[in-house]
Design a protein around this ligand. Structure first.
Ligand code: NDP
Length: 253
């Protein structure tokens, strides 16, 4: 695999990844496993397949993997998760806020429930998990938070107003929290992805995909593995890199 060299200093570190059952989150889990990190993996519906992948990673790399079915948009479920982690004496060194959902449609047709679901899943979740990891990170004066955002959070997308607003919120959250936490030795960054070839885009037809690819200077979508490799590079970079929303889009925007 063409990934950054295995980092022995990551031994014993524990990484919590939301939305780790498939797509970008699954690839992020694989690269941190390969680099000797213990994993706490979250998804909502796909616990069995995520557990199966976690078992394989644990066997292959000799790491501890804990899997949870948690709705990241639910504050009480996140509190319960962290209570359970505390009971098992697991503290988080690196938090990757990756879980997210999209909604395509005209704003005028959107219901309150649809709006709330997008904002709660994509933005509130980042608040809930970040708040929960901070006490132990601040006590350790060390930690990393990496948020998976979108280019739409900066440029905005027609028919994806709620999604764009949620990711714009993630970008502002990232910059503000980085300022709050730099004195505590904790870095906070975001990766604003362009078009990444995952199930999130499975609704697009081949002609729609082809039109999009023509707009991307790189001529193709990014892969989940490429995003994961980049996230890992941020996680092992200098802590002086903080408060950044880094675009990862093949030159698209
Ligand atoms: P996928 O749809 O492939 O995977 C989404 C993951 O999030 C799944 O593991 C899913 O688990 C989990 N998830 C969704 N809702 C919840 C919830 N309420 N609670 C817990 N877990 C949840 O998406 P991608 O891998 O493509 O996207 C990952 C991130 O990257 C998202 O934040 C997305 O916005 C962002 N992104 C993706 C782009 C792309 O082109 N693919 C572009 C820009 C940003 P389960 O099925 O079990 O619910």
């Amino acid at each position: 695999m063409n990934t950054p060299a295995a980092d022995q200093s990551n031994t014993q570190k524990t990484v919590l990844i939301t939305g780790a059952s498939r797509g970008i989150g699954k690839c992020i889990a694989e690269i941190f496993a390969k680099n000797n990190c213990n994993l706490v993996l979250l998804c909502r519906n796909s616990l069995n397949s995520m557990r199966e992948n976690g078992r394989k990673l644990s066997e292959e790399y000799g790491i501890n993997v804990s899997c949870y079915a948690v709705d990241v948009s639910n504050s009480e479920e996140i509190s319960g998760l962290f209570q359970d982690l505390s009971n098992h004496q697991i503290s988080i060194d690196i938090l990757i806020n990756n879980a997210g959902i999209s909604h395509v449609g005209l704003l005028q047709d959107m219901t309150d429930a649809e709006w709330d679901r997008i904002i709660q899943t994509n933005l509130n979740s980042v608040f809930y998990t970040s708040r929960a990891v901070l006490p132990s990170m601040i006590a350790a004066k060390s930690g990393r938070i990496i948020n998976i955002s979108s280019v739409w959070g900066d440029t905005g997308a027609s028919m994806e107003v709620a999604y764009s607003a949620s990711k714009g919120g993630v970008n502002a959250f990232t910059k503000a929290l980085a300022k709050e936490l730099a004195p505590s030795g904790i870095s906070v960054n975001a990766v604003a992805c362009g078009f990444i070839d995952t199930e999130m885009n499975a609704h697009l037809s081949k002609p729609e995909r082809d039109i999009l690819f023509e707009e991307i200077p790189a001529g193709r979508p990014g892969t989940a593995k490429e995003v994961a490799e980049f996230v890992y590079e941020i996680a092992v970079s200098s802590k002086y890199l903080t408060g950044q929303v880094i675009t990862f889009d093949g030159g698209w925007t």
